[in-house]
Design a protein around this ligand. Structure first.
Ligand SMILES: *Cc1c(COP(=O)(O)O)cnc(C)c1O
Length: 432
C-alpha cells in the first residue's frame, strides 16, 4: 500500500472517525481514566484501565482502615461487613437480576468451584457435564477436578461440543449434546478468543426443557452488553470485574444464583455465607443467608472490592445500552477497516459478523499473530495475543475513540509494510 501525505489510510477516514467521535455520547468518560501515554490501549477485555473514581475508592478504603481499624467493619462510609451486599445491589443491574440473587465475592474460578460444588450432583442416570472445545482453560480444569471428586473420568463424563471452524460453536450443536444423561451445562456467554456471543436465552430454555441445569461464565460480556439472567431463566452465572468493569487486577468477582435454588446449601460453606444476624453467634450450626449471599466463603477481600465501588459509579452514569451501542459501532468500524485495509496483508476476521452474535472484541487471525502483536506494542498499540494465531483487539466504549481505532489500524499497516514483526522471535512471552 502506498503512503499519501504520510499515511497509508485515506485522509477522508480521519473525517469519518472525527465525526463519529463528535457524535459519541460517551466521549466525556475518557477523561476519567488513566490512559497509557503514547499507546492506544486495546486490551481492556484482559485488564480494564484504572479510573479516577476507582482510585479514589481505594484510597478512601485505606483511609477507613487507618481511621477505624477494627471498627471499619461497622463504621465509615462503606462498612466492610456489608460491603459485598452493598455492591451486589449495584451489580444486580448489570446481570439483570434482583439484588438477592447476586453477590460480589471470590474470584472467577473460585466461584465456579463453589457453583459446581453446589449444583453438580451426579446420579447414575444423569452425570455428564457439557462444555465446549473452545472454553477458557480454567473452567475446564475446574470441571475436571469436580469429576475427579465424584470418582468420574473426563473421558466418560465431560462432553466437549466441538467447533466446526475452530472459532465458533453452533447453538444447535450444544442443544444436541443436551441428552438424558447430562446433569449440567457450563458455557461462556462470549468466547474469549473469537468473541462469539452465545444466545443465553435460547440455550437456557433448551436446558430447562430437558431438566438440565445451565450456568454461564460472563467474563467477556459483563460490563459490555446487557444481561437478563433472571428472565432468561439461567440457573447460575459467575464473572470477574477486572476486564470491562475496570475494577483492577485480582479484584473480587461475582456470582448469580436463580432464586429457585436459594434453598440449596453451598457446596463449599464458610462463615461469611451466614445470615448476618447470627454470624457472630459463633454457633457450629450453619444458618445460611437468604439469597446468593450464602455462597460467600470467608472474609471479603475489602481492598479488592473497593475499586468496584468507584468503577460502578461510572457505569451507572453511562448506562449499559449506550455502552453496548457504542461498542458495536466501534467493533463494526474496526471490522470494516480490517476487511478493506488489513486483509491484503493476510489477516482474516475471526469473530462473527452479525452484531447480535458478537461480544465486545474483534478477533483478527494471522499466521504471524505472535510476532505482529510484539511489533504492534513497539509502535504503541496494545493488543492481546491468543495462541495460536489470534490478535485480539478490544476498543472499550468508555475510553477508546474512533480516532484511536483508525490510528491503530494505520500502525498495524505500518508494521506489515515495514515487516517490522520479522525482527521479533516467534516465542510467546510468559504472559500473553
Ligand atoms: C478471564 C477469564 C477467567 C479468569 O478466571 P480468574 O479466576 O479470574 O483468573 C475465567 N474464565 C474466562 C472465560 C475468562 O475470560
Amino acid at each position: 500500500m502506498e503512503k499519501q501525505d504520510g499515511c497509508y489510510l485515506p485522509k477522508t477516514l480521519q473525517q469519518t472517525a472525527f465525526k463519529l467521535d463528535q457524535a459519541d455520547l460517551l466521549s466525556e468518560f475518557r477523561q476519567q481514566f488513566y490512559l497509557p501515554e503514547e499507546s492506544i490501549y486495546l486490551d481492556g477485555n484482559s485488564l480494564g484501565l484504572l479510573s479516577k473514581p476507582a482510585e479514589r475508592a481505594v484510597l478512601s478504603m485505606l483511609d477507613s482502615w487507618r481511621q477505624y481499624a477494627i471498627n471499619g467493619w461497622s463504621q465509615g462510609r462503606h462498612p466492610w461487613f456489608q460491603l459485598s451486599e452493598e455492591l451486589s445491589r449495584e451489580l444486580a443491574n448489570w446481570v439483570g437480576a434482583d439484588k438477592e440473587n447476586v453477590i460480589a465475592t471470590g474470584s472467577t474460578t473460585v466461584n465456579l468451584h463453589q457453583l459446581l460444588a453446589t449444583f453438580y450432583q451426579p446420579t447414575s442416570q444423569r452425570y455428564k457435564i457439557v462444555a465446549t472445545s473452545l472454553d477458557f482453560p480454567s473452567d475446564i480444569y475446574a470441571i475436571q477436578s469436580h469429576l475427579r471428586l465424584h470418582g468420574l473420568e473426563a473421558k466418560d463424563a465431560l462432553v466437549l461440543v466441538q467447533s466446526h471452524d475452530g472459532l465458533t460453536v453452533r447453538e444447535e450443536d450444544i442443544t444436541l449434546a443436551m441428552t438424558d444423561d447430562v446433569s449440567l451445562v457450563l458455557l461462556p456467554s462470549v468466547f474469549y478468543r473469537s468473541g462469539q456471543y452465545l444466545s443465553m436465552p435460547q440455550l437456557a430454555q433448551a436446558a430447562r426443557q430437558r431438566g438440565i441445569l445451565i450456568g454461564f461464565d460472563l467474563c467477556h460480556s459483563i460490563g459490555i452488553m446487557p444481561h437478563e439472567l433472571q428472565s432468561w431463566d439461567v440457573d447460575f452465572a459467575f464473572w470477574c470485574h477486572y476486564k470491562y468493569l475496570n475494577a483492577g487486577p485480582g479484584s473480587v468477582a461475582g456470582l448469580y444464583v436463580h432464586p429457585r435454588h436459594h434453598h440449596r446449601l453451598p457446596g463449599l460453606a464458610g462463615w461469611f455465607g451466614s445470615d448476618k444476624e447470627v454470624q457472630f453467634d459463633m454457633l457450629h450450626d450453619f444458618t445460611p443467608a437468604q439469597g446468593a449471599g450464602r455462597f460467600q466463603i470467608g472474609t471479603p477481600h475489602v481492598l479488592s472490592l473497593a475499586p468496584l465501588l468507584g468503577s460502578l459509579e461510572i457505569f451507572q452514569q453511562a448506562g449499559i445500552q449506550a455502552i453496548r451501542s457504542k461498542s458495536l459501532q466501534l467493533t463494526q468500524f474496526l471490522i470494516d477497516l480490517a476487511e478493506t485495509y488489513l486483509s491484503p496483508y493476510g489477516f482474516q476476521i475471526g469473530n462473527p459478523r452479525e452484531p447480535e452474535r458478537r461480544g465486545g472484541h474483534v478477533c483478527l487471525i494471522h499466521p504471524e499473530a505472535i510476532r505482529i502483536c510484539k511489533a504492534m506494542k513497539q509502535v504503541g498499540v496494545i493488543p492481546d495475543y491468543r495462541a495460536p494465531d489470534v490478535v485480539r483487539l478490544a476498543p472499550v466504549p468508555l475510553y477508546t475513540s474512533f480516532t484511536d481505532v483508525l490510528e491503530a489500524v494505520e500502525r498495524i499497516i505500518q508494521v506489515m509494510e515495514n515487516k517490522s514483526y520479522e525482527a521479533f522471535e516467534k516465542q510467546r512471552e510468559v504472559i500473553a
